[in-house]
Design a protein around this ligand. Structure first.
Ligand code: GSH
Length: 173
């Protein structure tokens, strides 16, 4: 499908990186508009009026927000190029679990209930004292589980990069 593709972007954003990886894998040409989060553009506020966050993909003038939703959208629209989710239903269900574990919006803000890969990583980076030490152990368990699932494969998707890789690489690298 053709149509102008614009990414409201931020080079340092792990969430925007997911979208950049998906666009690169699919070979989609797009315009990147770098945002300054201390002085958000009127276009960003118009395209993502609720959360006012990057990334936002604007495709033929219509905005799509939330990095993993955007990655799924990209996959569905350009489905003929390098499919990201596995075709096998069981493998797809496993990919969805990793998607759940890697999104930040399941966190309860201000609480310590960050029981997913993203949240635990954040506790390791920003936590203090005992909670930081607990988070380190939890993160190691997550990483070991992920390594076990990866096995000898190059990607979670097998020989080719897949949805789980796109979701996890920016937050674990
Ligand atoms: N759940 C969102 C998170 C996006 C997000 O937190 N973006 C940050 C940059 S890394 C942002 O725009 N923050 C601006 C703000 O919080 O005002 C996603 O997956 O896209």
């Amino acid at each position: 499908m053709e149509g102008k593709v614009v990414l409201l972007d931020l080079w340092a954003s792990t969430f925007a990186m997911r979208v950049r990886i998906a666009l690169a894998e699919k070979g989609i040409k797009y315009e990147s508009k770098e945002e300054n989060l201390f002085n958000k553009s009127a276009f960003l506020l118009e395209m993502n009026p609720i959360h006012k966050k990057v990334p936002v993909l604007v495709h033929v003038g219509k905005p799509i927000c939330e990095s993993l939703v955007i990655v799924e959208y990209i996959d569905e629209v350009w489905h003929d190029r390098a499919p990201l989710p596995p075709s096998d239903p069981y493998q797809r269900s496993q990919a969805r679990i990793f998607k759940y574990l890697s999104q930040e919006d399941v966190l309860i803000k201000g609480s310590k209930l960050y029981h997913n890969i993203y949240g635990t990583g954040r506790r390791v980076r920003t936590g203090k004292g005992e909670d930081k030490e607990i988070a380190k152990k939890e993160l190691l368990e997550y990483l070991k589980t992920m390594e076990g699932k990866l096995g000898d494969k190059h990607f979670f998707g097998g020989d080719n990069i897949g949805f789980v890789d796109v979701a996890l690489v920016p937050i674990t690298s």
